[in-house]
Design a protein around this ligand. Structure first.
Ligand SMILES: NC(=O)c1ccc[n+]([C@@H]2O[C@H](COP(=O)([O-])OP(=O)(O)OC[C@H]3O[C@@H](n4cnc5c(N)ncnc54)[C@H](OP(=O)(O)O)[C@@H]3O)[C@@H](O)[C@H]2O)c1
Length: 325
């Protein structure tokens, strides 16, 4: 597995997104042993970059990931996120965006305890907080780094102005935002900004939340509890329109003697040596399939055909007010 640098942080260029092991997608929490085995197989195959968050579960995913990686702690990068639960004040325990210094500090202490570690390699603000100056949030990250509780910090779904303001307080290591064949938004402003500043980029949902793998051809395949049922891209009408994207990915996969998932990941990887996508799976066989994208090289014609795909029909969240701000 090749490695890349996110800022100064060395990671395998394909990471493992652990969210779906505990939250949001069908089949959660059915089999923590299988999830743990998937994490262990990822380590065996050279993955050093694992992504979790306090809100996955909430809280259970950090415990799962921390326990699975305990014997590999010094060999891996654990990335987690916080700031979408309140840990202080009258609403403590409730969901809510709070990037204040006191809340972030409390969130980091909670993550350290659940992960069973003395330091978090990369800690992201999960969502921008419009009510707290980013200078305050970046300021507490700087202090937490000085104290050794976190080693690097990042921002998820922040827009360029916010990224620049945070970076001026203390260098940002990585920005994590949705980026895939059907989500090209970061190309316009976020990617140019992070490249100018020397910040790494972590594309999340590189498989389009599974859609780009071609394994889902009907929204009814998702349980009623599944996040995708309420996602505009997966509404009956948009889902049908978006199948044209998958058809083209499948065509290229056949030509490249690869799977659609591998094509989707290889396309993201082709976008630079300063990014590390984190495809998510809780199954060993899919993990192995996805990691093989590290050695898939698409031709210029194949990349051009993928670049020419129409972006998805439908917003990527039911409520877009807290992303890319
Ligand atoms: N910062 C943020 O706000 C944010 C938001 C979303 C996600 N994330 C992070 O990004 C990671 C990845 O994103 P994601 O999980 O949303 O989406 P993704 O990686 O685009 O897709 C994951 C989905 O695809 C399925 N899948 C994976 N490999 C497959 C394959 N080879 N064939 C068929 N299906 C496959 C998984 O199911 P199985 O698990 O059943 O295999 C899961 O349902 C998450 O785990 C999380 O760590 C961050």
């Amino acid at each position: 597995m090749r490695h890349v640098k996110l800022g100064t942080l060395d990671v395998s260029r394909i990471g493992l997104g652990c969210m779906g092991m505990s939250a949001f997608y069908s089949g959660i929490n059915e089999d923590d042993d299988a999830s743990t085995a998937t994490i262990h197989r990822a380590v065996e195959l050279g993955v050093t970059f694992f992504d979790t968050a306090e809100m996955y579960g909430p809280y259970t995913n950090e415990r799962l990931v921390g326990a699975a990686l305990r014997d590999h702690r010094d060999d891996v990068v654990i990335a987690t996120k916080g700031g979408t639960y309140r840990h202080i004040g009258p609403n403590a325990g409730e969901r809510g965006i709070d990037g204040s210094a006191a809340n972030i500090r409390a969130a980091v202490e909670g993550s350290l305890e659940r992960l069973g570690t003395d330091r978090i390699d990369l800690y992201y603000q999960h969502r921008p907080d419009p009510n707290t100056p980013i200078e305050e949030t970046a300021g507490v990250f700087k202090k937490l780094i000085e104290e050794g509780k976190i080693l690097h910090y990042g921002l998820s779904e922040a827009a360029p102005d916010r990224i620049r303001a945070a970076h001026a307080v203390h260098p940002v290591t990585a920005v994590q935002t949705e980026y895939s064949l059907w989500t090209r938004d970061p190309e316009e402003a976020v990617l140019p900004a992070v490249r100018e500043l020397g910040i790494g980029f972590v594309p999340y949902s590189p498989l389009g939340r599974g859609f780009l793998t071609g394994k889902y051809r009907d929204p009814a395949q998702f349980d009623s509890e599944d996040f995708r049922r309420a996602n505009p891209r997966f509404s009956d009408e948009n889902f049908r329109a978006n199948l044209a994207i998958v058809d083209e990915v499948e065509r290229i996969a056949k030509e490249a003697d690869a799977t659609p998932a591998q094509v989707a990941i290889a396309w993201v990887l082709s976008k630079g040596d300063d990014l590390a996508p984190i495809p998510g799976t809780k199954r060993i066989e899919r993990l192995e399939e996805n990691l093989a994208a590290d050695s898939l090289v698409l031709t210029a014609d194949q990349l051009a055909a993928l670049d020419a795909l129409q972006p998805a029909a439908g917003d990527r969240y039911p409520d877009m007010s807290s992303v890319n701000i």
